[in-house]
Design a protein around this ligand. Structure first.
Ligand code: CO
Length: 150
């Protein structure tokens, strides 16, 4: 387990589309363990693999509901809308107001490759949408109504 360096906006890694995870091996588990250490150290709500320089479709989310790992996640459905503040460990010192679905249902694989389905609402849903955007090279600042210094 280790803390990994979080790449910052301007780094082209953040703008690339990540590749599916195909091997549910020790390398993936180490990546997820390190992402957990890193998001807890940085006190973030989530972290996506491209933020630590790995172009694979894996994210972690750390919210009131618990700590979650989503591999190859995809959104099955969205309901409602919420406006609220977001920040990003790759856009330090800033925050912005972003509209997101109020509820999402996602399918994903766990670290062993088992298919799972999960429903989330409120801030949990917001964090999932934010992290999934990272897998397609999208940052919250692309969608924000406005961004300000924190
Ligand atoms: Co982010």
């Amino acid at each position: 387990m280790a803390i990994r360096n979080v790449v910052q906006v301007g780094d082209e890694t953040l703008r690339k589309v990540s590749f599916p995870v195909e091997e549910f091996d020790e390398k993936l588990h180490t990546l997820l363990d390190d992402m957990k250490d890193t998001v807890k150290r940085e006190e973030g709500a989530g972290l996506a693999a491209p933020q630590v320089g790995v172009l694979r479709r894996a994210v972690v989310v750390d919210v009131e509901e618990g700590f979650f790992e989503f591999v190859n996640p995809r959104i099955l459905s969205r309901k409602g809308e919420q406006r609220g503040w977001e920040g990003c460990l790759s856009v330090r010192g800033k925050r912005g107001v972003v509209s997101r679905p109020m509820k999402v249902k996602i399918a994903y694989q766990d670290r062993y490759g088992k298919e799972q389905v999960l429903q989330a609402k409120g801030f949990f849903a917001r964090a999932i949408c934010h992290e999934l955007d990272h897998l397609d090279g999208v940052l919250y600042i692309d969608k924000a109504e406005f961004v300000e210094a924190e």
